[in-house]
Design a protein around this ligand. Structure first.
Ligand SMILES: [Zn+2]
Length: 272
């Protein structure tokens, strides 16, 4: 994590020689200052773009767009771009230093030791964001599919469809218009347990002729143990990544990922 800021606790400690009783009285303030130091450290997200199956041409653009968004929000970023980096960065000790893990257009059966470490970390309170073919990853790891909330089963040819915002109150959708027409590769997803998801985006018609009415979830948030998960099925095409609409969606997802709800908001959510 970045520690380029100057902590007030350090200044306090360095600037005063504390006598006995005074030291005791200052202790609570010192602890508060140390706490605020910890809280003001720059958040850190790990972006995984490794592929062992299909490799999307949009990955470099995706990395660039997410890098810019993180920079704007004062977030540090590191990447795991291949199998070796996945193996070395998705470990309990490395994950202890990140606020959120993003799987962006990953594919295939990445190392299972990494799956175990990631799933354990999210269950214990970590935050995971999956983008597009994150759902075409680790099909052989049922706990990963359960964590994500669904899995890729196929897609029709790229087409134009109208995306509906299901939940305009969510950080990842609040900047989006209520509907948006997009040319994209739209996924059909299986193993989707809708009652357990807070859906954010969907299609209301099948994205291929004759376009029958239906409900096709495209993005959601869900809980996994003590952790939080957000998935968006969009992000196939390079020009989607470059579009202001998708950038706003991703910017919201990044903001959501590094700002867990406060204990007060959680209590409110339980009451309702
Ligand atoms: Zn794709």
């Amino acid at each position: 994590m970045g520690t380029s800021y100057e902590c007030s606790a350090h200044k306090l400690h360095a600037g005063k020689r504390l006598a006995g009783p005074r030291r005791v009285r200052l202790l609570p303030y010192l602890m508060l200052a140390l706490l605020s130091c910890h809280m003001s450290a720059r958040p850190h997200i790990l972006i995984v773009t490794a592929t062992l199956g299909y490799r999307h041409e949009s990955i470099p653009t995706a990395e660039q767009v997410l890098g810019h968004i993180a920079e704007e929000q004062g977030i540090d970023v590191s990447f795991a771009r291949n199998e070796e980096e996945v193996r070395s960065r998705l470990t309990p000790s490395e994950l202890a230093n990140v606020n959120a893990v993003f799987f962006v257009n990953t594919t295939g059966e990445l190392p299972t030791t990494a799956a175990d470490a990631l799933i354990t970390w999210v269950r214990a309170g970590g935050t995971f964001v999956g983008v597009h073919s994150a759902s075409d990853t680790w099909h052989a790891v049922p706990a990963y599919i359960e964590m994500l909330g669904g899995e890729f089963i196929g897609h029709p040819p790229e087409t134009t469809a109208t995306i509906v915002v299901d939940d305009p109150m969510h950080t990842a959708t609040r900047a989006l218009p209520s509907t948006h027409v997009l040319y994209e590769e739209f996924y059909y997803l299986g193993s989707v347990d809708l009652p357990r998801l807070r859906t954010l985006l969907s299609l209301r018609t099948r994205p291929e002729p004759p376009g029958d009415a239906g409900y096709f979830p495209l993005a959601w948030e869900k809980a996994f143990g003590n952790g939080r998960v957000l998935y968006t099925a969009l992000g196939h095409r390079e020009d989607v990544w470059s579009s202001p609409w998708f950038r706003a969606h991703m910017s919201g997802a990044v903001e959501w990922a590094v700002h867990p709800p406060s204990a007060r908001a959680k209590r409110r959510a339980v009451r309702h």
